[in-house]
Write a protein that binds this ligand. Sequence first.
Ligand SMILES: *Cc1c(COP(=O)(O)O)cnc(C)c1O
Ligand SMILES: [Zn+2]
Length: 448
Amino acid sequence: MEKKETFNAWFQCAGGCSGKYALNEIIYRCPNCGGLLEVCHDIEKLKKAHSKEEWKHIFDDRYKRTDWPYGSGVWGKKEIVCPNIANENIVSTYEGGSNLFWAERLGKEIGVNDLWIKQCGNSHTGSFKDLGMTVLVSMVKQMQSEGKHIPAVACASTGDTSASLAAYCAIGSMQAIVFLPRNKVSNAQLIQPLASGALTLSLDTDFDGCMKIVQEICAKNNIYLANSMNSLRIEGQKTVSYEIVQQFEWEVPDTIIIPGGNLGNVAALGKGFLEMEALGIISKRPRIICAQAANANPLYKSYLTGFKDTKPVRAKKTLASAIQIGNPVSINKAIKVLKEFNGIVEQATEDELANASAHGDKTGLYNCPHTGVALAVLFKLVKKDVIKSHERVIVISTAHGLKFTEFKLKYHENRIKNVTPHHANLPIALPAKYDAVLDAINRAIDDK
Ligand SMILES: *Cc1c(COP(=O)(O)O)cnc(C)c1O
Ligand SMILES: [Zn+2]
């Protein structure tokens, strides 16, 4: 590669093969071993440019300000995310900077006083996928500005990736093509790419089936692949680690629980912490816990073998539809992270995830079913005393609850098979009469 010396960031085989590839090259896998690539940064150069204290100041000065694009939680860390994109090519929705919510009431109820929810669903399209999509779509814009012909950007999705890709492509005037498993995404998730003008292909298969086809279509037709095997997305998603630490005045929490499907986000979370460590910004690592749905649990099964065996499973239907994935593309990256971060994998049944989500809602969270998986795992590990009451625990909430109205409605109406709703709450139908209304109110107050 003739430009090697000037690279501040480049693709490299995540499995350790030699070779560097430019970030504006269309390449997703290592040509040598076929494994995933990852973005590497010239950490020494970054350390020489600024001390760790200076970096913290730079990140703090930009955080949620209006100096475009640096007010974005992702682009405020541009030097360590993707320095190779010109600012005029950045497609951003001011993603990141999401609320770190102190779940005081929920924490008290389960016996963890320092419980926080990182609200990644409070984002432009309602999920953390925006963090990565801004980097990927901006790179497409950059490549187009350099004269590369990229007629479209495509992804397979369990609902949130497609919503995000479609929105960013709409903003950046690009054609998005999304592959969705028919009847396996929520109505809100289906309407998002449609509204954004994406070509929306509803295929009679599951996510893993969509993934196979989209890879073949992209490889043979010069269409850019936007799935998380494209490690540019991981670069944006990893900023969640920087943000959590930054929001605690650069202090590292004890434990982070994250729901995992394709496992790119676990990989991203770990990468963020390892790089902060390399930059000297932090000197301690959190424990990372990945939460899976019992109906789609290849990582959990691998964990039970001490990560000796990793086999795909056939993912069964789960209320946590965005993690209904049996053959996770980033499983090796995720395992590497879990080994580095004293990791645990735990699973949650449909009953556990639905009730945990509803319990969270009752304390004001209005969370999505995937966050429910993480909460269920939190409850379990606190009960087992694996997570101690004094720990500072962060739950990564991955999407906005408003995307999952059908799930919540069915729960409260007791219409979900194998789920007994312990927190159901239904409207009370009454005649428009004072006495009947007062009666109902008194009964509710007496119950408290
Ligand atoms: C994509 C997604 C996940 C899973 O993230 P992976 O990187 O695939 O493990 C979890 N929750 C929601 C809401 C998602 O959209
Ligand atoms: Zn390789």
